[in-house]
Design a binder for this molecule. Structure first.
Ligand code: S3P
Length: 180
């Protein structure tokens, strides 16, 4: 049976936009772990960080990942940038599907995040102290966790959302066939 298509990567990597398009092409449901956490807590991610703290957010996130990974229907899952830090999350996602790491330089991620936040309002509590510097630090610190989580890396540098979607789908199809 087909496994989930799981997208990981830093904030601004394009997990949601690319994931939604992949889900449309594959005719599957799309789930964003941040949305699941928000629905459970009845609070936005920013409100959870502010009122309950990051540790509580990570706990809610772990429950959301376990839930979605266990879905019997194959899904496209966009993971919040920090999901890969937890070894149980990595294991659950790798066992239940194909995990693809969307990579981009911190400068490019910073530009995309700024663009999204100008459009939708500030939503990323970890970037309040300045995006590019924080993204550079997170890229270094988290690289081993992304590497451990991912079956495949897709470089998004200078590529359109459609081009990244095509590359993700090609990687997913090849790797999912190997899993079967
Ligand atoms: C986070 C990434 C965010 C969200 C939260 C923490 C992180 O998700 O889960 O603000 O630790 O990298 P996106 O990667 O979807 O922005």
């Amino acid at each position: 049976m087909a496994g989930h298509l799981v997208l990981v990567g830093l904030m601004g990597a394009g997990k949601t936009s690319v994931g939604e398009r992949c889900a449309r092409v594959l005719g599957r449901g799309f789930v964003d772990t941040d949305d699941l956490v928000e629905a459970t807590a009845h609070l936005s991610v920013a409100e959870i960080f502010d009122t309950l703290g990051e540790a509580q957010f990570r706990q809610l996130e772990r429950a959301a990942v376990a839930d979605v990974a266990a879905s019997p229907d194959p899904l496209v899952i966009a993971c919040g940038g920090g999901v890969v830090l937890d070894p149980d999350n990595r294991r659950a996602l790798r066992n239940a599907g194909v995990v693809i790491w969307l990579q981009a330089s911190p400068a490019e991620l910073g530009e995309r995040v700024a663009h999204q936040e100008a459009r939708d309002g500030a939503a990323r509590p970890l970037l309040r102290d300045g995006a590019v510097g924080t993204l550079e630090r997170l890229a270094l610190v988290r690289a081993p966790a992304y590497e451990a989580a991912a079956h495949e890396v897709v470089d998004t540098a200078g590529r359109s959302i459609d081009a990244v979607t095509d590359a993700v789908l090609a990687a997913y199809r090849a790797l999912d066939a190997e899993r079967a």
